[in-house]
Design a binder for this molecule. Structure first.
Ligand code: ADP
Ligand code: MG
Length: 319
């Protein structure tokens, strides 16, 4: 996936490959600008110019979504794959009541009466903890947290099998964020949808997800079940992210600063490992050869990382 620029195509996401099983919650983490939103938007083909998808596949139940015509992909969006963005205002129509927006989505896809659609809309608001008495509210009459819940209600309206959440609670305070995530998790258990959860907050992802994939400068660098990733992070970038993130109670300890340095310019990415120039452990080989995804010594086969600190002589593993 690339962006067109004056200097030509800038590849923002490169050779990233992952699988999401039904009902699984996968976290996608990395610093700002590393390509998380590009991936999130590419799945239901919502990337807009100057973005271009230059290759690859998005297999959903074996169908390549990138090969569908416009009508077919529109039928997949919201019905099968729904999105929630960081800022719900982008998803909500400011001049329509919440009820109208929910009813529109429901009736656009399902042949039900207005009455039935309103009943379902009320049920959805109850489900996400807003309460159906707020059905007639306009978005601006709701708090940021409530707007985010409304966006989640709209995303869940058609019972999608995959919900993509792109930093859904980043703009909210910690308490509201926690409430919404706890509720999302119980909704997920109840309804069984799969989730791609994008966040820069690793500790939050560890609590909320089954598995975490770490992305750096458009490439996957590590992927593992959530707890092994937190306890046994193998890639120096993952370790740096963990050291730089606030602890589970939202406190940033004195020893936890930001990660030093900045990601490389994607219009001219360095050869070898893209993290090499920020890596304290970099070896000579890191500046020349690209590492492949393999389990580090002692790790389960489900834990893979692309790093020259570990033996690189086996066949690449896609976990
Ligand atoms: P993230 O969500 O991880 O912060 P994004 O997927 O939004 O990252 O962006 C990844 C990279 O893609 C950016 O570093 C930038 O180089 C490029 N990019 C994103 N959006 C645009 C855009 N509208 N125009 C040009 N380049 C973009
Ligand atoms: Mg983003």
């Amino acid at each position: 996936m690339a962006y067109e620029s004056r200097d030509g195509l800038v590849t923002a996401v490169d050779r990233v490959s992952f699988a999401l099983r039904p009902g699984e919650i996968l976290g996608l983490a990395g610093e700002s600008g590393c390509g998380k939103s590009t991936i999130a938007l590419a799945l239901p083909r919502l990337l807009r110019s100057p973005a271009v998808i230059t290759g690859g596949e998005v297999l959903f139940d074996g169908t390549d979504l990138l090969a569908l015509d416009d009508a077919a992909i529109r039928a997949v969006r919201w019905r099968d794959i729904a999105l929630v963005f960081q800022n719900a205002m982008n998803a909500l129509n400011p001049v329509l009541r919440i009820s109208a927006q929910l009813v529109d989505v429901i009736r656009h896809h399902d042949k039900v009466s207005a009455e039935q659609a309103r009943e379902r809309a009320g049920g959805l608001l109850d489900l996400v903890g807003i309460g159906r008495d707020r059905l007639r509210a306009y978005p601006h009459q709701l708090s940021g947290g409530m707007r985010q819940r409304a966006a989640i209600a709209i995303a869940l309206a058609l019972r999608p099998r995959l919900v993509v959440l792109d930093e859904p609670t980043t703009a909210l305070d910690v308490v509201v964020q926690r409430e919404i995530l706890d509720e999302l998790k119980s909704l997920q258990r109840e309804l069984g949808f799969a989730v791609l959860f994008v966040s820069h907050d690793l500790e939050l992802l560890a609590e909320f997800t089954d598995r975490i994939a770490i992305i750096y400068a458009g490439r996957l660098v590590e992927s593992a079940p959530a707890l092994p990733l937190l306890d046994g992070a193998a890639h120096p970038y993952t370790r740096g992210l963990l050291a730089a993130s606030p602890d589970l109670h939202g406190r940033r300890s004195a020893t936890r600063g930001g990660l030093p340095g900045t990601p490389p310019d994607l219009s001219a990415p360095p050869p070898g490992c893209r993290f090499a120039d920020r890596c304290e452990k970099a070896l000579a080989v890191c500046g020349t050869a690209e590492p492949v995804m393999l389990p580090p010594p002692g790790a389960a086969a489900t834990h893979v990382t692309a790093c020259h600190l570990y033996p690189q002589d086996a066949q690449e593993v896609h976990a």
